[in-house]
Design a binder for this molecule. Sequence first.
Ligand SMILES: *Cc1c(COP(=O)(O)O)cnc(C)c1O
Length: 416
Amino acid sequence: MKAGVHLLSTRSGESLPWERYGEYAQNGESLEVRIPDIEKARIREGDFIWDRFRDFLPFDGFDAEISLGEGATPLIAAPPDLQAYCGVEDLSLKNETANPTWSFKDRGTLTCIALSKALKETLTATVSTGNMGHSLAAYGARAGLRVLVFVPAYTPAEKIAAMGIHGAEIFRVRTRDYAGMKKTLLALAEEQGLRIVSGNGPFRVEGYKLTAFELFEQTGGKLPDFIAVPTSACGHIRGLFKGFVELQKAGLIRDLPKMIVVQAANCSPLVTAIKAGLKQPLPVKDVHTLAEAISGGDPPGGEEILEKAYRYGWPAEFVTEAEILIAQKTLARAGYFVEAAAATSLGAVKKLRENGRIASGSSVLLMLTGAGLKDIGILKYHSADIRDITVRALGTEMQKIIKNAGDGSDETIYRY
Ligand SMILES: *Cc1c(COP(=O)(O)O)cnc(C)c1O
Protein backbone atom coordinates (compact mmCIF):
# COMPACT_ATOMS: atom_id res chain seq x y z
CA MET A 1 0.00 0.00 0.00
CA LYS A 2 1.22 3.53 -0.71
CA ALA A 3 2.39 5.55 2.26
CA GLY A 4 -0.37 7.70 3.70
CA VAL A 5 -3.27 5.56 2.39
CA HIS A 6 -6.00 5.23 5.01
CA LEU A 7 -9.74 4.71 5.35
CA LEU A 8 -12.20 7.44 6.05
CA SER A 9 -15.65 6.95 7.56
CA THR A 10 -17.85 8.52 4.88
CA ARG A 11 -20.14 10.56 7.12
CA SER A 12 -18.38 11.15 10.44
CA GLY A 13 -15.00 11.65 8.72
CA GLU A 14 -13.20 9.44 11.23
CA SER A 15 -9.85 8.17 9.95
CA LEU A 16 -8.99 4.45 10.22
CA PRO A 17 -6.00 2.31 9.17
CA TRP A 18 -6.40 0.44 5.86
CA GLU A 19 -5.67 -3.01 7.43
CA ARG A 20 -9.13 -3.66 8.82
CA TYR A 21 -11.22 -6.79 9.04
CA GLY A 22 -14.56 -5.04 8.86
CA GLU A 23 -16.00 -3.59 5.66
CA TYR A 24 -17.76 -0.78 7.52
CA ALA A 25 -17.01 1.64 10.33
CA GLN A 26 -18.13 0.67 13.83
CA ASN A 27 -21.19 2.93 13.48
CA GLY A 28 -22.23 1.17 10.25
CA GLU A 29 -21.07 3.88 7.85
CA SER A 30 -19.32 2.89 4.65
CA LEU A 31 -15.61 3.47 4.43
CA GLU A 32 -13.68 5.18 1.70
CA VAL A 33 -10.03 4.80 0.71
CA ARG A 34 -8.16 8.11 0.92
CA ILE A 35 -5.30 8.49 -1.51
CA PRO A 36 -2.71 11.09 -0.61
CA ASP A 37 -2.07 13.94 -3.06
CA ILE A 38 -4.97 13.11 -5.38
CA GLU A 39 -4.85 16.73 -6.58
CA LYS A 40 -1.43 16.04 -8.08
CA ALA A 41 -2.46 12.74 -9.73
CA ARG A 42 -1.68 12.52 -13.45
CA ILE A 43 -2.48 10.00 -16.16
CA ARG A 44 0.64 8.01 -17.00
CA GLU A 45 1.72 5.77 -19.86
CA GLY A 46 0.83 2.10 -19.59
CA ASP A 47 -0.90 -0.87 -21.21
CA PHE A 48 -3.51 -1.33 -18.49
CA ILE A 49 -5.96 1.07 -16.94
CA TRP A 50 -4.50 0.47 -13.47
CA ASP A 51 -1.11 1.37 -14.91
CA ARG A 52 -2.25 4.59 -16.57
CA PHE A 53 -4.23 5.66 -13.50
CA ARG A 54 -1.77 4.35 -10.90
CA ASP A 55 -1.54 7.78 -9.25
CA PHE A 56 -5.23 7.39 -8.37
CA LEU A 57 -4.91 3.93 -6.79
CA PRO A 58 -3.92 3.04 -3.23
CA PHE A 59 -1.62 0.18 -4.22
CA ASP A 60 2.13 0.42 -4.42
CA GLY A 61 2.46 -1.21 -7.82
CA PHE A 62 -0.02 -3.71 -9.16
CA ASP A 63 0.53 -7.40 -9.84
CA ALA A 64 -0.83 -8.04 -13.35
CA GLU A 65 -0.85 -11.78 -12.53
CA ILE A 66 -4.08 -11.46 -10.55
CA SER A 67 -6.02 -10.04 -13.51
CA LEU A 68 -8.33 -12.14 -15.68
CA GLY A 69 -8.56 -9.40 -18.30
CA GLU A 70 -11.47 -7.47 -16.83
CA GLY A 71 -12.54 -4.02 -17.99
CA ALA A 72 -11.93 -2.40 -21.38
CA THR A 73 -15.59 -3.16 -22.07
CA PRO A 74 -17.34 -1.62 -25.08
CA LEU A 75 -19.00 1.78 -24.88
CA ILE A 76 -21.54 1.81 -27.70
CA ALA A 77 -24.10 4.28 -29.04
CA ALA A 78 -27.50 2.68 -28.41
CA PRO A 79 -29.36 1.52 -31.53
CA PRO A 80 -32.35 3.65 -32.67
CA ASP A 81 -34.92 1.20 -31.23
CA LEU A 82 -33.59 1.76 -27.72
CA GLN A 83 -33.35 5.52 -28.17
CA ALA A 84 -36.98 5.58 -29.28
CA TYR A 85 -38.08 3.27 -26.46
CA CYS A 86 -36.85 5.53 -23.70
CA GLY A 87 -37.05 8.84 -25.53
CA VAL A 88 -33.36 9.68 -25.26
CA GLU A 89 -31.54 10.43 -28.49
CA ASP A 90 -28.05 10.62 -27.01
CA LEU A 91 -28.17 7.21 -25.38
CA SER A 92 -25.16 4.95 -24.91
CA LEU A 93 -24.49 1.55 -23.39
CA LYS A 94 -21.58 0.35 -21.28
CA ASN A 95 -21.53 -3.37 -21.85
CA GLU A 96 -20.19 -4.77 -18.60
CA THR A 97 -21.35 -8.26 -19.57
CA ALA A 98 -18.10 -8.41 -21.55
CA ASN A 99 -16.14 -8.98 -18.33
CA PRO A 100 -14.51 -12.38 -17.56
CA THR A 101 -17.40 -13.59 -15.37
CA TRP A 102 -19.99 -11.58 -17.32
CA SER A 103 -20.67 -8.82 -14.80
CA PHE A 104 -18.95 -5.60 -13.66
CA LYS A 105 -18.17 -7.30 -10.33
CA ASP A 106 -14.82 -8.44 -11.80
CA ARG A 107 -13.44 -4.91 -11.62
CA GLY A 108 -13.96 -4.79 -7.86
CA THR A 109 -12.81 -8.34 -7.36
CA LEU A 110 -9.47 -7.41 -8.92
CA THR A 111 -8.80 -4.87 -6.17
CA CYS A 112 -10.25 -7.18 -3.47
CA ILE A 113 -7.71 -9.82 -4.47
CA ALA A 114 -4.95 -7.19 -4.55
CA LEU A 115 -5.88 -6.39 -0.94
CA SER A 116 -5.89 -10.10 -0.01
CA LYS A 117 -2.38 -10.32 -1.43
CA ALA A 118 -1.29 -7.21 0.50
CA LEU A 119 -2.65 -8.84 3.67
CA LYS A 120 -1.00 -12.18 2.74
CA GLU A 121 -4.32 -14.04 3.04
CA THR A 122 -4.74 -17.64 1.90
CA LEU A 123 -8.51 -17.57 2.10
CA THR A 124 -11.10 -15.08 0.91
CA ALA A 125 -14.84 -15.06 1.59
CA THR A 126 -17.89 -13.19 0.38
CA VAL A 127 -21.63 -12.89 0.88
CA SER A 128 -23.43 -12.52 -2.43
CA THR A 129 -26.67 -13.05 -4.32
CA GLY A 130 -24.57 -14.62 -7.05
CA ASN A 131 -22.44 -12.42 -9.26
CA MET A 132 -19.91 -11.40 -6.68
CA GLY A 133 -19.53 -14.99 -5.50
CA HIS A 134 -19.03 -16.09 -9.10
CA SER A 135 -16.45 -13.37 -9.64
CA LEU A 136 -14.56 -14.01 -6.40
CA ALA A 137 -14.54 -17.75 -7.14
CA ALA A 138 -12.89 -17.13 -10.52
CA TYR A 139 -10.31 -14.60 -9.31
CA GLY A 140 -9.63 -16.62 -6.18
CA ALA A 141 -8.93 -19.67 -8.34
CA ARG A 142 -6.52 -17.61 -10.47
CA ALA A 143 -4.72 -16.30 -7.38
CA GLY A 144 -4.60 -19.71 -5.67
CA LEU A 145 -6.80 -18.69 -2.74
CA ARG A 146 -9.36 -20.78 -0.92
CA VAL A 147 -12.76 -19.16 -1.59
CA LEU A 148 -15.89 -19.29 0.58
CA VAL A 149 -19.19 -17.96 -0.76
CA PHE A 150 -22.38 -17.47 1.25
CA VAL A 151 -25.50 -17.17 -0.93
CA PRO A 152 -29.24 -17.06 -0.24
CA ALA A 153 -31.15 -20.13 -1.45
CA TYR A 154 -32.79 -18.13 -4.27
CA THR A 155 -29.49 -17.52 -6.09
CA PRO A 156 -29.87 -18.80 -9.67
CA ALA A 157 -28.44 -22.27 -10.29
CA GLU A 158 -26.31 -20.89 -13.15
CA LYS A 159 -24.40 -18.62 -10.79
CA ILE A 160 -23.95 -21.35 -8.17
CA ALA A 161 -22.75 -23.77 -10.85
CA ALA A 162 -20.16 -21.23 -11.97
CA MET A 163 -18.84 -20.78 -8.42
CA GLY A 164 -18.68 -24.54 -8.12
CA ILE A 165 -16.59 -25.20 -11.19
CA HIS A 166 -14.06 -22.58 -10.09
CA GLY A 167 -13.66 -24.62 -6.92
CA ALA A 168 -15.31 -22.34 -4.35
CA GLU A 169 -16.89 -23.72 -1.18
CA ILE A 170 -20.53 -22.67 -1.33
CA PHE A 171 -22.85 -22.16 1.62
CA ARG A 172 -26.46 -21.93 0.50
CA VAL A 173 -28.44 -20.24 3.26
CA ARG A 174 -32.15 -20.99 3.59
CA THR A 175 -33.60 -17.47 3.68
CA ARG A 176 -35.39 -14.83 1.62
CA ASP A 177 -34.12 -12.10 3.93
CA TYR A 178 -30.76 -11.52 2.24
CA ALA A 179 -30.16 -8.25 4.10
CA GLY A 180 -30.67 -9.98 7.47
CA MET A 181 -28.46 -12.90 6.50
CA LYS A 182 -25.71 -10.52 5.39
CA LYS A 183 -25.84 -8.50 8.62
CA THR A 184 -25.60 -11.65 10.74
CA LEU A 185 -22.71 -13.01 8.69
CA LEU A 186 -20.70 -9.79 8.72
CA ALA A 187 -21.13 -9.43 12.48
CA LEU A 188 -20.16 -13.09 13.14
CA ALA A 189 -17.18 -12.84 10.83
CA GLU A 190 -15.83 -9.70 12.47
CA GLU A 191 -16.22 -11.32 15.90
CA GLN A 192 -14.36 -14.45 14.80
CA GLY A 193 -11.70 -12.76 12.67
CA LEU A 194 -12.81 -13.91 9.22
CA ARG A 195 -12.57 -11.11 6.68
CA ILE A 196 -15.66 -11.21 4.46
CA VAL A 197 -15.65 -8.92 1.45
CA SER A 198 -19.02 -7.41 0.60
CA GLY A 199 -20.45 -5.46 -2.32
CA ASN A 200 -19.65 -2.09 -0.79
CA GLY A 201 -16.24 -2.53 0.79
CA PRO A 202 -13.73 0.30 0.44
CA PHE A 203 -11.24 -1.65 -1.69
CA ARG A 204 -13.91 -3.11 -4.00
CA VAL A 205 -15.00 0.46 -4.67
CA GLU A 206 -11.44 1.27 -5.81
CA GLY A 207 -11.86 -1.30 -8.58
CA TYR A 208 -15.23 0.10 -9.68
CA LYS A 209 -13.57 3.52 -9.80
CA LEU A 210 -11.59 2.30 -12.80
CA THR A 211 -14.84 2.31 -14.83
CA ALA A 212 -15.03 6.08 -14.40
CA PHE A 213 -11.46 6.40 -15.70
CA GLU A 214 -12.23 4.07 -18.59
CA LEU A 215 -15.28 6.17 -19.52
CA PHE A 216 -13.12 9.29 -19.31
CA GLU A 217 -10.73 7.73 -21.84
CA GLN A 218 -13.47 6.31 -24.09
CA THR A 219 -15.38 9.60 -24.31
CA GLY A 220 -12.28 11.74 -24.64
CA GLY A 221 -13.35 13.52 -21.46
CA LYS A 222 -16.88 14.31 -22.74
CA LEU A 223 -18.77 12.36 -20.11
CA PRO A 224 -22.55 11.81 -20.30
CA ASP A 225 -24.92 14.01 -18.26
CA PHE A 226 -26.50 10.98 -16.57
CA ILE A 227 -25.36 7.44 -15.77
CA ALA A 228 -28.08 4.92 -14.84
CA VAL A 229 -26.81 2.44 -12.24
CA PRO A 230 -28.86 -0.54 -10.99
CA THR A 231 -28.12 -0.34 -7.29
CA SER A 232 -28.14 -2.86 -4.46
CA ALA A 233 -25.16 -2.87 -2.08
CA CYS A 234 -24.16 0.57 -3.49
CA GLY A 235 -20.55 -0.29 -4.25
CA HIS A 236 -20.86 0.27 -7.99
CA ILE A 237 -22.52 3.67 -7.82
CA ARG A 238 -20.11 4.77 -5.10
CA GLY A 239 -17.06 3.63 -7.08
CA LEU A 240 -18.14 5.25 -10.33
CA PHE A 241 -18.83 8.54 -8.59
CA LYS A 242 -15.62 8.44 -6.53
CA GLY A 243 -13.71 8.07 -9.80
CA PHE A 244 -15.36 11.16 -11.27
CA VAL A 245 -14.81 13.17 -8.08
CA GLU A 246 -11.13 12.25 -8.13
CA LEU A 247 -10.83 13.21 -11.80
CA GLN A 248 -12.34 16.55 -10.85
CA LYS A 249 -9.96 16.97 -7.90
CA ALA A 250 -7.03 16.28 -10.22
CA GLY A 251 -8.33 18.99 -12.55
CA LEU A 252 -9.08 16.58 -15.41
CA ILE A 253 -12.85 17.21 -15.64
CA ARG A 254 -15.00 20.20 -14.77
CA ASP A 255 -18.50 18.78 -14.31
CA LEU A 256 -19.56 15.61 -12.53
CA PRO A 257 -22.04 13.34 -14.34
CA LYS A 258 -25.22 12.73 -12.34
CA MET A 259 -25.75 9.16 -11.20
CA ILE A 260 -29.26 7.73 -11.52
CA VAL A 261 -30.15 5.43 -8.62
CA VAL A 262 -32.13 2.53 -10.09
CA GLN A 263 -33.86 -0.24 -8.12
CA ALA A 264 -36.61 -2.81 -8.55
CA ALA A 265 -39.94 -1.51 -7.22
CA ASN A 266 -40.20 -4.69 -5.10
CA CYS A 267 -36.86 -3.95 -3.45
CA SER A 268 -36.25 -0.23 -3.38
CA PRO A 269 -35.02 0.83 0.07
CA LEU A 270 -33.07 3.75 -1.43
CA VAL A 271 -35.32 4.92 -4.26
CA THR A 272 -38.47 5.06 -2.11
CA ALA A 273 -36.49 7.01 0.50
CA ILE A 274 -35.15 9.48 -2.08
CA LYS A 275 -38.60 9.99 -3.58
CA ALA A 276 -39.91 10.80 -0.09
CA GLY A 277 -36.87 12.95 0.83
CA LEU A 278 -35.93 10.72 3.79
CA LYS A 279 -32.49 10.54 5.41
CA GLN A 280 -32.66 6.80 6.11
CA PRO A 281 -33.28 3.94 3.64
CA LEU A 282 -36.63 2.15 3.94
CA PRO A 283 -35.60 -1.50 4.52
CA VAL A 284 -37.38 -4.31 2.66
CA LYS A 285 -37.40 -7.71 4.36
CA ASP A 286 -39.43 -10.10 2.26
CA VAL A 287 -37.86 -9.52 -1.13
CA HIS A 288 -39.49 -10.88 -4.30
CA THR A 289 -37.98 -9.63 -7.51
CA LEU A 290 -36.81 -11.22 -10.74
CA ALA A 291 -33.85 -8.83 -10.52
CA GLU A 292 -32.16 -10.99 -7.87
CA ALA A 293 -28.78 -9.27 -8.40
CA ILE A 294 -30.24 -6.11 -6.88
CA SER A 295 -32.14 -7.67 -3.98
CA GLY A 296 -30.23 -6.01 -1.12
CA GLY A 297 -33.19 -4.84 0.96
CA ASP A 298 -31.23 -2.88 3.56
CA PRO A 299 -27.82 -1.88 2.24
CA PRO A 300 -25.31 -1.03 4.97
CA GLY A 301 -24.02 2.48 4.30
CA GLY A 302 -27.13 3.38 2.30
CA GLU A 303 -27.47 6.75 4.11
CA GLU A 304 -24.38 7.96 2.31
CA ILE A 305 -26.03 7.35 -1.07
CA LEU A 306 -29.14 9.26 0.04
CA GLU A 307 -26.94 12.15 1.15
CA LYS A 308 -25.16 12.20 -2.19
CA ALA A 309 -28.43 11.97 -4.12
CA TYR A 310 -29.71 15.14 -2.38
CA ARG A 311 -26.39 16.96 -2.54
CA TYR A 312 -25.71 16.31 -6.21
CA GLY A 313 -29.32 16.16 -7.47
CA TRP A 314 -29.27 12.52 -8.57
CA PRO A 315 -32.57 11.24 -9.97
CA ALA A 316 -33.91 7.97 -8.55
CA GLU A 317 -36.41 5.57 -10.09
CA PHE A 318 -37.77 2.10 -9.50
CA VAL A 319 -39.04 -0.37 -12.05
CA THR A 320 -41.88 -2.86 -11.57
CA GLU A 321 -41.53 -6.56 -12.37
CA ALA A 322 -43.56 -6.11 -15.59
CA GLU A 323 -41.41 -3.13 -16.60
CA ILE A 324 -38.25 -5.15 -15.94
CA LEU A 325 -39.41 -7.92 -18.27
CA ILE A 326 -40.33 -5.44 -20.99
CA ALA A 327 -36.98 -3.66 -20.65
CA GLN A 328 -35.13 -6.99 -20.77
CA LYS A 329 -37.00 -8.02 -23.91
CA THR A 330 -36.49 -4.60 -25.53
CA LEU A 331 -32.73 -4.80 -24.93
CA ALA A 332 -32.67 -8.37 -26.25
CA ARG A 333 -34.53 -7.37 -29.40
CA ALA A 334 -31.85 -4.69 -29.88
CA GLY A 335 -29.16 -7.36 -29.54
CA TYR A 336 -28.28 -7.30 -25.84
CA PHE A 337 -29.41 -10.18 -23.62
CA VAL A 338 -28.72 -8.85 -20.13
CA GLU A 339 -29.92 -10.10 -16.78
CA ALA A 340 -33.02 -8.59 -15.20
CA ALA A 341 -31.05 -6.39 -12.80
CA ALA A 342 -29.17 -4.82 -15.71
CA ALA A 343 -32.37 -4.18 -17.68
CA THR A 344 -33.76 -1.98 -14.90
CA SER A 345 -31.54 0.88 -16.09
CA LEU A 346 -33.43 1.11 -19.39
CA GLY A 347 -36.85 0.93 -17.68
CA ALA A 348 -35.88 3.64 -15.20
CA VAL A 349 -34.55 6.04 -17.83
CA LYS A 350 -37.76 5.68 -19.85
CA LYS A 351 -39.80 6.70 -16.78
CA LEU A 352 -37.48 9.58 -15.83
CA ARG A 353 -37.68 10.95 -19.39
CA GLU A 354 -41.48 10.68 -19.30
CA ASN A 355 -41.78 12.50 -15.99
CA GLY A 356 -39.26 15.14 -17.03
CA ARG A 357 -36.54 14.38 -14.47
CA ILE A 358 -34.25 13.82 -17.43
CA ALA A 359 -34.56 16.85 -19.71
CA SER A 360 -34.72 16.39 -23.47
CA GLY A 361 -31.33 16.76 -25.11
CA SER A 362 -29.53 15.12 -22.17
CA SER A 363 -26.94 12.44 -22.79
CA VAL A 364 -27.55 9.24 -20.85
CA LEU A 365 -25.43 6.14 -20.31
CA LEU A 366 -26.94 2.81 -19.27
CA MET A 367 -24.76 0.46 -17.25
CA LEU A 368 -25.48 -3.06 -18.55
CA THR A 369 -24.22 -4.69 -15.38
CA GLY A 370 -24.64 -8.44 -16.00
CA ALA A 371 -25.37 -11.05 -18.68
CA GLY A 372 -28.70 -12.72 -19.44
CA LEU A 373 -27.47 -16.30 -19.43
CA LYS A 374 -26.64 -15.95 -15.74
CA ASP A 375 -30.31 -16.58 -14.97
CA ILE A 376 -32.16 -18.57 -17.60
CA GLY A 377 -35.04 -19.27 -15.19
CA ILE A 378 -36.41 -15.90 -16.28
CA LEU A 379 -36.97 -17.20 -19.82
CA LYS A 380 -40.24 -18.78 -18.72
CA TYR A 381 -41.65 -15.23 -18.72
CA HIS A 382 -40.56 -14.61 -22.31
CA SER A 383 -41.77 -16.30 -25.47
CA ALA A 384 -39.51 -17.92 -28.01
CA ASP A 385 -40.39 -19.02 -31.52
CA ILE A 386 -39.12 -22.59 -31.47
CA ARG A 387 -40.29 -25.14 -34.05
CA ASP A 388 -39.46 -28.80 -33.58
CA ILE A 389 -39.23 -30.51 -36.91
CA THR A 390 -38.02 -33.72 -38.58
CA VAL A 391 -35.33 -33.83 -41.27
CA ARG A 392 -37.96 -35.16 -43.72
CA ALA A 393 -40.21 -32.12 -43.22
CA LEU A 394 -37.43 -29.55 -43.73
CA GLY A 395 -37.98 -29.22 -47.47
CA THR A 396 -41.70 -28.46 -47.32
CA GLU A 397 -41.23 -26.07 -44.43
CA MET A 398 -38.59 -24.17 -46.32
CA GLN A 399 -40.84 -23.90 -49.35
CA LYS A 400 -43.62 -22.43 -47.25
CA ILE A 401 -41.23 -19.90 -45.67
CA ILE A 402 -39.84 -18.79 -49.02
CA LYS A 403 -43.34 -18.55 -50.53
CA ASN A 404 -44.51 -16.39 -47.62
CA ALA A 405 -41.35 -14.30 -47.29
CA GLY A 406 -42.19 -11.89 -50.07
CA ASP A 407 -45.87 -11.20 -49.28
CA GLY A 408 -45.16 -8.31 -46.93
CA SER A 409 -46.76 -10.03 -43.97
CA ASP A 410 -44.63 -9.81 -40.86
CA GLU A 411 -46.78 -12.09 -38.75
CA THR A 412 -45.27 -15.28 -37.45
CA ILE A 413 -46.12 -17.76 -40.16
CA TYR A 414 -46.20 -21.01 -38.23
CA ARG A 415 -46.25 -21.92 -34.63
CA TYR A 416 -45.88 -25.51 -33.57
C1 LIG B 1 -24.07 -6.47 -8.02
C2 LIG B 1 -24.95 -6.12 -9.15
C3 LIG B 1 -25.66 -4.90 -9.18
C4 LIG B 1 -25.67 -3.95 -8.02
O1 LIG B 1 -24.42 -3.38 -7.71
P1 LIG B 1 -24.10 -2.92 -6.21
O2 LIG B 1 -22.67 -2.57 -6.22
O3 LIG B 1 -24.43 -4.09 -5.33
O4 LIG B 1 -24.99 -1.76 -5.92
C5 LIG B 1 -26.39 -4.62 -10.32
N1 LIG B 1 -26.47 -5.47 -11.36
C6 LIG B 1 -25.81 -6.65 -11.36
C7 LIG B 1 -25.93 -7.54 -12.54
C8 LIG B 1 -25.03 -7.01 -10.26
O5 LIG B 1 -24.39 -8.18 -10.26
